[in-house]
Ligand binder design. Structure first.
Ligand code: MF3
Ligand code: CO
Ligand code: CO
Length: 257
């Protein structure tokens, strides 16, 4: 998601707010774990959406995507060449060999937890498996670059360097984002770029790291539904996301499973 507010102003969260972010993040991570066993050949992406909405309400939370800028469903389900923001659909039946990103964001006590993972439907191809593993390693390396005094560009540089060393490309059109009582706010966190550039990280900053890696070109296209982003060359794409906080000591993953 691109952020829409003043990109100069990065809010630092108080201890009380951080505690709410921890609770929201934990719930979002639990929702993904709850959905994981449902990902099987024959299931529709709408069935995943329905269960996510039911579970979220049952846990006293709200689905942030539902109605957000007109998004029609509760989660994003992005299959194979879909880069992000796939819309759950009754006609979309998962089949053996598909890869799917499920991206959930819950609002608990006014604060957001935003996380996504890749899941395999049956057995993936060796290439799909590698793309997913490299994407997960990119998220790890991006998170490892976070500490007070480091710069935003260090995160993208770490991700891009590893992704490209493995023969994949990094999507430019969607970035990580600040998050708190607002779903998408400053700062923007590109998943590519130059080390030593960009704003310095400070304790209390909270944002997402959500790299999207493509098998082929990094270019994407948005379909006529105004949401679904697909690779321009129709090759595979993968993504995974955590919400993290910069702490005095380094980094805390708020959406750890
Ligand atoms: N969860 C997505 C993100 O990581 C945003 C989805 S917005 C929606 O930023 F409207 F598409 F749901
Ligand atoms: Co996000
Ligand atoms: Co997300």
């Amino acid at each position: 998601m691109q952020t829409t507010e003043n990109p100069e102003i990065i809010t630092l969260l108080s201890g009380r707010e951080l505690e709410k972010m921890r609770r929201a993040g934990r719930l979002a991570a639990q929702l993904l774990q709850h959905l994981k066993p449902l990902v099987k050949p024959g299931v529709t992406t709408l069935a995943l959406d329905n269960e996510a909405e039911r579970w979220t309400q049952a846990h006293g939370a709200k689905s942030a995507p539902l109605g957000y800028k007109g998004f029609p469903k509760s989660i994003c389900t992005s299959v194979n060449e879909v880069v992000c923001h796939g819309i759950p659909n009754a006609k979309q039946i998962l089949k053996e060999g598909d890869i799917i990103n499920i991206d959930v964001t819950v609002i608990l006590d006014g604060y957001h937890g935003d996380t996504s993972e890749m899941f395999f439907v049956g057995e993936p191809s060796p290439l799909a498996k590698k793309l997913v593993e490299v994407t997960e390693e990119c998220r790890r390396r991006g998170i490892a670059a976070v500490k007070p005094g480091a710069r935003i560009g260090d995160i993208g540089a770490a991700i891009q360097q590893y992704a490209e060393s493995q023969g994949f490309s990094v999507v430019r059109d969607f970035v990580g984002h600040g998050i708190s009582h607002i779903f998408h706010t400053a700062p923007e966190i590109p998943h590519y770029g130059k080390a030593g550039t960009g704003k310095r990280l400070r304790p209390g900053m909270v944002f997402t790291i959500e790299p999207m890696l493509n098998e082929g070109t990094y270019e994407v296209e948005v379909l006529a539904d105004k949401w679904t982003a697909v690779t321009k060359d129709a090759k595979l794409s993968a993504q995974c996301e955590h919400t993290i906080a910069v702490t005095e000591r380094g980094v805390e993953i708020l959406t750890a499973p």
